[in-house]
Design a protein around this ligand. Structure first.
Ligand SMILES: Nc1ncnc2c1ncn2[C@@H]1O[C@H](COP(=O)(O)OP(=O)(O)OP(=O)(O)O)[C@@H](O)[C@H]1O
Ligand SMILES: [Mg+2]
Length: 438
């Protein structure tokens, strides 16, 4: 048993510990991230897997019978969009970090998951009564829905060992409210919730529990303003899968993305719609509004994962009276937006130096797809010219610095989706051809 009792400095970003303060973390190189912890008193009771071994052995893969991909080890979430994101479904014994901004619907979706599959909901933030109210409101089956009100990881361990394989999934809501009690003795200030060390230690214990009992654990993680998971970056390395739940809170569209997956691809997204009965799967989401051609509006098709999705881009280009014209881009990358403004100025001779530009993507989604370039430019051009684009067209293509329009990945799928929506995709090679499209 290791016992330390002194002042230490812990990096808020990566969780590494140092005996001396410095302006920059010696490990992750983050600035100003070291936090002083006084009277640090910690007993590390957990000796880790390796120290329990008597003999170090090498395992022969050919002798390991069980395959991870057998159906026995993967089961469905019974929510098709959720399955799509995870690959095939939930892998037994895996740990999934489920991150999202406050109020986005993390607890809602995971409550629905437990309601469908059956399992244990560890409530660190809410009371069992609150969970019960939610379960009723969402119309879920309360029969196989158990709630454990606790902030202690040891208690979760006790329950899992006592119930032995009763639960297929456990949801821990949230990791920021979990503690490993055995790491605290006396006034140890490591005891505060959400401290880097508690988060790291709790996650580590939960991973051990998952591997030992075969239960799949979903861990809710809050996200900071910058969009990172609150707590050590290390968390993302430790778990098997990292999911981000995002969307615009005022809108009802939610997107589930996977940023790391040890058991499946990371390019799939799940699309959900939030209502008072919870989150429902959206198979074909069409975010392109009424479909009428409007001044300053262009329709494009983005690839969300392997799936094409129609979205509307709106632009407002107005004469500027400020010394520096305004550039506001929402839903698209600012640098990309600026580049397109510059190309418009140079190739289309639009006097952008004296025009304010506002661009937004409807539905509150973020486009990270250069295939939308031409549509962004077309929306700006349409607003500038005060003429609508031709009816029933969809614009797809990446714009180069010279104003050429290039084909992008998933072209066939996008074109097929456009046709299915009763629209055509004009083939253009240069943004100069936009003149023929208004
Ligand atoms: N009674 C209700 N009727 C309709 N929608 C509701 C109701 N209660 C909650 N919601 C919706 O659910 C959202 C909150 O969902 P949820 O509690 O799952 O979010 P969360 O991500 O877990 O938040 P937190 O970070 O606070 O834990 C609200 O923003 C609202 O849109
Ligand atoms: Mg919640």
């Amino acid at each position: 048993m290791k016992k330390i009792s002194e002042t230490i400095f812990v990096c808020n970003n990566c969780g590494n510990e140092f005996s001396k303060w410095s302006g920059q973390c010696g490990f992750c190189k983050e600035w100003n991230s070291l936090k002083e912890i006084k009277n640090y008193e910690l007993r590390i009771t957990n000796k880790g897997k390796n120290s329990k071994r008597e003999k170090v052995e090498v395992k022969k893969l050919s002798e390991i019978k069980e395959e991870y991909n057998t159906n026995q080890n993967i089961f469905s979430t019974q929510i098709s969009e959720f399955d799509r994101v995870l690959g095939k479904g939930i892998v037994r014994g895996s740990v999934v970090l489920f991150a999202g901004e406050p109020g986005i619907g993390k607890s809602t979706l995971l409550t629905q998951l437990v309601g469908k599959v059956g399992g244990l909901y560890v409530a660190g933030e809410e009371s069992a009564e609150q969970i019960n109210l939610r379960v009723r409101r969402l119309g879920l089956n309360a029969e196989r829905f158990d709630v454990l009100e606790t902030n202690s990881v040891e208690e979760i361990g006790q329950i899992l060992e006592r119930t032995n394989n009763v639960y297929k999934i456990v949801v821990v809501d949230s990791i920021q409210t979990m503690l490993v009690e055995s790491t605290i003795t006396g006034t140890g200030s490591l005891g505060s919730f959400g401290s880097v060390n508690q988060i790291r230690e709790s996650t580590f214990r939960l991973i051990e529990l998952a591997k030992k009992t075969g239960v799949a654990i979903f861990v809710v993680g809050h996200v900071t303003k910058e969009g990172d998971i609150a707590g050590p970056k290390l968390l993302e390395h430790m778990v098997d899968t990292v999911l981000y739940f995002e969307g615009e809170k005022n809108g009802d569209l939610r997107i589930l993305r996977v940023s790391k997956n040890r058991f499946g691809p990371t390019d799939e997204v799940g699309i959900f719609q939030m209502s008072d009965v919870g989150l429902s799967d959206v198979r074909n989401f069409n975010l392109s509004g009424s479909g009428e051609a409007k001044i300053g509006s262009a329709i494009t098709i983005v690839m969300e994962g392997t799936r094409p999705m129609m979205v509307e881009i709106q632009a407002l280009v107005t004469e500027s009276f400020a010394p520096m014209p305004t550039r506001v881009f929402s839903g698209i990358d600012t640098n990309r937006g600026r580049l397109l403004v510059a190309v418009a100025q140079k190739v289309l001779n639009m006097p952008m130096y004296k025009h304010d530009v506002y661009v937004s993507v409807t539905g509150g989604i973020r486009l990270d797809d250069t295939g939308c370039d031409i549509a962004i430019l077309a929306a700006m051009y349409s607003s500038y010219k005060e003429k609508e684009l031709k009816n029933k067209i969809v614009l797809i293509g990446e714009v180069s610095l010279l104003g050429e329009v290039k084909k992008v990945r998933g072209w066939e799928k996008r074109e097929k989706e456009a046709k299915a929506m009763g629209r055509t995709v004009p083939i253009i090679y240069s943004i100069r051809e936009l003149k023929n499209l208004v």
